[in-house]
Ligand binder design. Structure first.
Ligand code: ATP
Ligand code: FE
Length: 366
């Protein structure tokens, strides 16, 4: 079987064709990241215009690379939730058109489920497994029990980690350093942190240490980073585009604090699942995905905790951590194998911008 997947939930227009063996046959990605670095954030109307301009190009490019026509695929999978409404509509509308002209079924996809399952395209990871999803829009810990069965263990009570890294990168004016001008905020912080000679220069308190649940909080770290920056800016009397001399150390300490918090909460999730016997001893696996999972320092911090507790840690290749059409097509394949979610049509009413991930188990986690 072969599935064509379409992704337009945020600022990337992605399309890919994947088969049942997990072989990528062709893909295309029109990313607006560079543009947003310039504007300082995702502008929904700009994103919408670009999705509309790029969707046909992306689909045709993916089909061309796979050397097939739409008639040769078995189904069209498309992200219907969560995400920005008008952007999701662009993808759904085009998927409906493709289904109509080819007579193929549609498969509605949950964007975060697709992030969670992407690693299974390359590695045999049996259900259940723990997943940590960290991106610009989300921070979730869940137990993946099956392709269509997720148990939400914890989430961010305020901002997601990618968002605070983007905000702090912007406030630090990292894009004025040519090497970082074109990369996402989180990536800029990772690269800058590598140049630090003293990552203990700034101290950040670990959030939610007193709570035994699996929730996250990042707004305190963001505020603290900005306070430290403002203090240094006034000490050095920096003006306009000038950057504080401690920029690399601040990035390193800030990134360390984020990694420590993520690792600490993941440790809580493991302890909870073990206590409840939710994970068989043979399946001690954790998947980390989402754009922030591209960060090697953060990934290693989680790896250290996981390994200590006897778990194997997986993450998809970087191209599959950030938003893309491949994970949508692969989720379509996984759903097809299970015979779930194949539909003749998708109504705009089925689009759900705020859809949560799975059944909430958050109140049970203490
Ligand atoms: P979602 O809707 O899934 O929440 P998103 O629009 O944030 O998604 P992603 O592409 O999954 O999309 O993630 C983008 C985020 O990942 C941005 O906040 C970016 O700064 C962050 N990011 C990318 N690379 C890195 C990195 N190396 N280190 C830390 N953060 C990174
Ligand atoms: Fe995403």
């Amino acid at each position: 079987k072969t599935v064509l997947g379409i992704e337009t939930s945020c600022d990337d227009t992605g399309c890919a064709i994947v088969n049942s063996d997990g072989v990528l046959q062709g893909d295309a990605l029109y990313s607006q990241n560079e543009l947003h670095v310039r504007y300082g954030g995702v502008n929904p109307l700009v994103a919408y215009e670009l999705h509309r301009n790029n969707i046909e190009l992306a689909v045709n490019e993916a089909l061309e690379k796979a050397s097939i026509n739409i008639e040769n695929v078995d189904a069209v999978a498309v992200t219907t939730k969560p995400g920005m409404l008008i952007n999701l509509q662009v993808g759904v509308k085009y998927a409906k058109y493709l289904a109509r002209i080819s007579g193929k079924p549609l498969i509605p996809i949950h964007h975060m489920e697709a992030h969670a399952l992407a690693a299974r395209m390359y590695e045999e990871i049996p259900f259940p497994f723990i997943v940590l999803l960290i991106s610009g829009g989300h921070c979730l810990l869940a137990l993946v029990q099956d392709v269509d069965d997720f148990l939400l263990l914890g989430k961010s009570l305020d901002n997601p980690p990618g968002e605070i890294m983007d905000k702090v990168a912007r406030r630090l004016k990292l894009k004025n350093i040519p090497e970082y001008a074109k990369v996402a905020g989180g990536r800029a912080i990772e690269l800058a942190a590598k140049k630090s000679k003293n990552m203990d220069l700034f101290e950040f308190p670990l959030p939610l240490v007193r709570f035994r649940d699996c929730n996250f909080s990042f707004s305190g770290l963001k505020d603290s980073a900005i306070r430290k920056l403002v203090k240094k800016e006034s000490e050095h009397r920096v003006k306009g585009d000038e950057i504080i001399p401690e920029v690399y150390d601040l990035c390193a300490s800030f990134q360390y604090a984020i990694a420590e918090h993520l690792a600490h909460r993941t440790e809580r999730a493991i302890a909870f699942c073990e206590k409840k016997n939710m994970i068989p001893a043979t399946n001690r696996n954790i998947v980390v995905s989402g754009g922030v999972a591209c960060n090697d320092f953060i990934f290693k911090a989680i790896q250290v905790i996981g390994t200590k507790m006897g778990y194997r840690i997986f993450r998809p290749p970087p191209k599959l951590c950030t938003d893309n059409g491949i994970m949508i097509a692969w989720n379509g394949i996984e759903k097809m194998k299970k015979n779930c979610n194949l539909v003749k049509d998708i109504s705009f009413k089925d689009i759900d911008p705020l859809a949560p991930l799975g059944k909430s188990y958050i109140d049970e986690v203490v």
